[in-house]
Write a protein that binds this ligand. Sequence first.
Ligand SMILES: CC(=O)c1sc(CCOP(=O)(O)OP(=O)(O)O)c(C)[n+]1Cc1cnc(C)nc1N
Ligand SMILES: [Mg+2]
Length: 614
Amino acid sequence: MILDKVNSPEDLKRLSLEELLLLAEEIRSEIIRVTAQNGGHLASSLGAVELVLALHRVFDSPRDRILFDVGHQAYAHKLVTGRKDRFHTLRKEGGISGFTKVSESPHDAITAGHASTSLANALGMVLARDLMGEDYHVVAVIGDGALTGGMALAALNKIGELQKRMLIVLNDNEMSISENVGALNKYFKELQIRKWVQDAEKLGKNILERISPQLFGLVDRAKEAAKLLLHQENPFYAWGIRYVGPVDGHDLKGLVHILEHLKALDGPTLLHVVTKKGKGYKVAEADPIYWHGPPGFDPKKPEKVSKGYTWSQAFGDAVTELAHMEPRLFVLTPAMREGSGLVRYSLEHPERYLDVGICEDVAVTTAAGLALRGMKPIVAIYSTFLQRAYDQVIHDVAIENLPVVFAIDRAGIVGADGATHHGVFDIAYLRTVPNLQIAAPKDALELRAMLKKALEVGGPVAIRYPRDNVERAPEGVWPEIAWGKWEVLKEGTEAYILAFGKTLKYALEAAGDDPRVGVVNARFLKPLDREMLRALSRYKLLTVEDHQRMGGFGSAVLEALNEMGLKPEVQVLGLPDRFFEHGAIPSLHRQAGIDAEGIRKALAAMGVAVVHER
Ligand SMILES: CC(=O)c1sc(CCOP(=O)(O)OP(=O)(O)O)c(C)[n+]1Cc1cnc(C)nc1N
Ligand SMILES: [Mg+2]
């Protein structure tokens, strides 16, 4: 195999073009083989194979810095930068990350996972390079989806002004996870089909260049005019960024040729490459949405596998039904239609659905605008991605106590996506926000009850639920819920476990049938059920949550006890003050000590050693 001879990008420079083309196919097979075993971002990485090889052929990583936005399309990059022997550990505990990661390789220019960070990162790098008098290239590869992020567009604005030498490669496959959205996306599509724009531009430039040099000023002005005429709406020119393209992102020879030329240019250049998401694997080309991030599959007979009924689907079913009952309900997603369980809702209520693109800040503040004008918006958003819209939650929603519901999916440890994606900070960053109420349902029925009530209580409400399967709740059933009240699931004589959200099942498992240990579904964090807390304060208390220990549910309980002047023995179980890498959720929970075993250990340390039949 040619891949056997490739241990660094240097080795790519010694290959013939034919060998490079063969290598591309070997890399595709390896990506398919390992993703079939481990799961992962198959379609994105298959679509970027030629682009990655061309970049590493032309540039000199790690001296030159090649950044991959989101970093999920970089499997070929990992394979040619010395990690092919570890590639089979992709996304596994202790294995290599599914995204680029600075601590994993000198070839990984940024640690990524969240979209739209590459351009600002690249800007920082070129500023440092020039200030230190160093000389290397900085190349940022950004997808059309990631380019819908405000960070990326704002960075372009600054890059165009500063005119620093850098290359931006727009990897345009017209897809985010779902179909991409936005005016830029529409424009790129037109650019690709409006061949005449390219021909006219070529013709226009030839004619202009033949005008005699004496008329140099005129030529220059004419060129500017031609540019405006031919590209008047090309935003990159408006941003002061040289635009080249669109070119075929799978034509390895052509890409190498163009990159060699662009390498010599000064100032910022954007190369627009058109790729096919899932390229080279029929099922992934045909359905890049499912094959964006499949769980494992049989590479010989690739079929979609059902992940079972999830919290996301329970949410999607609930809001779809609610929207039939509440005409003012409006659901927004920042580019996560499938992930947030909104496919059915988007089909049944297209007029009250909006995918804003990868811009969580826009999603939240658009919801604020909807609420200000009488609608009842629900922002469906992953915990980790809500981090992108923290100021918007405070400034645009909470201060005016607007009725916006945040349906926070993937709350807690999420598994193979790792540290950039675990949703373990939202309680801490939300509970200090005045007016904002926070709840966590124990099952799909309680989720339905909370969603319905949240639309009635007024003000902003955050409802968080985990990446997990859940038992389906019957359609049409909307149980009542005592808002702000906890629920005793098991009485105890010595200690009570106060569990918030997903950890409730661990608490019930840990308590078993030991009469000394009670279990409370502490489903409301704000408002906290102080009445029940006061009543339980005569027992030993153990709080447990799938969230950072610092600032989480346990902290809220301690603060409330302190304010009430109560001093029971309390243990707080949560994630320790460090990042958790990728791995299986149960294993990471065990490491964090928040699973049934960890709870039993904590109870034993409090003198309540639960007898547990193995
Ligand atoms: C991995 C992950 O979490 C991805 S990959 C992806 C689509 C990126 O589209 P792009 O066109 O940039 O790349 P492509 O897959 O090659 O088409 C999204 C929305 N997400 C979720 C997401 C949401 N919001 C933010 C801030 N970051 C991420 N990563
Ligand atoms: Mg894309």
